[in-house]
Ligand binder design. Sequence first.
Ligand code: HEM
Length: 127
Amino acid sequence: MNDISTREDLLLLVNEFYRKATIDPVIGHFFTEVIKLDFSEHIPLIASFWENILLDGTSYKGGTMVKHIMLNRLSPMQPEHFERWLGLWEQTVTSHFEGPKALEAVNRAHSIAGIMQFKVGAHGNAG
Ligand code: HEM
């Protein structure tokens, strides 16, 4: 197996992740009902997010946390949702790629999810 090294790799990864996530019984509804995502826009956006983190990209301009704070207000994000999200991400990464970037993709997702969980909790459903 190769490591993650191109935007094409990230597009494959993100496509595969959402193929599973959208039909997942625990988190699928966030992407298909709470927010009815247009995946022709969302997938390239998420590939850019990871390109910034893993491949020195600059095209993703941020705003991730605010989006999830808003999402949490529409439909509360619980620890089991984060666990499932991370489980699917790790499964997708490790079934296609191997190496330092693949490891970083998994580790960074965990740390971002930790911060996200804190932020959505801190901002809660108060307003
Ligand atoms: C319970 C876990 C999660 C769920 C259910 C979830 C769901 C969603 C949904 C529905 C959106 C679209 C929001 C909108 O357009 O209004 C979104 C956007 C996004 N998510 Fe998540 N997410 C989760 C965790 C994460 C994690 C851990 C990361 C990063 C490692 C992440 C990265 C992103 C990014 C980059 C966007 C795009 C934000 C933007 O529009 O710029 N998500 N997520």
